[in-house]
Design a protein around this ligand. Structure first.
Ligand code: ZN
Ligand code: ZN
Length: 106
């Protein structure tokens, strides 16, 4: 789910317009499914519809108001749920704590 700090951004007209324009620009197709199809790894009928317009460089409180990150087609990617989940799972680091309460990366 959207992070708290990004709520206003995701609700903004600027984002909604950009997201819609990008969806049309990509013809509503998941870009990674289409790439896999082009590489011969996926059948045409298995190309999923795009579900989420993802930011390649993730939105943070620092870049939220920077249109070259937050609203630029160059930083967007239309993904299906499956590929979007994959993307965030692979990039999300897991942390835990050692016996002394220090953060360790799992
Ligand atoms: Zn996909
Ligand atoms: Zn994402």
């Amino acid at each position: 789910m959207a992070k708290e700090y990004a709520k206003d951004f995701y609700n903004s007209q600027a984002w909604k317009k950009t997201r819609k324009a990008y969806y049309i620009f990509r013809r509503g197709q998941c870009e990674r499914c289409a790439k896999e199809f082009a590489a011969g790894k996926r059948r045409l009928e298995d190309i999923h519809a795009g579900a989420i317009v993802h930011h390649k460089e993730y939105i943070t409180p620092e870049n939220l108001n920077d249109p070259t990150i937050a609203l630029s087609f160059d930083n967007l990617e239309l993904l299906c749920d499956e590929h979007h989940n994959q993307e965030h799972k692979s990039k999300t680091k897991r942390y835990s704590f050692d016996a002394n309460g220090r953060v360790i990366e799992a």
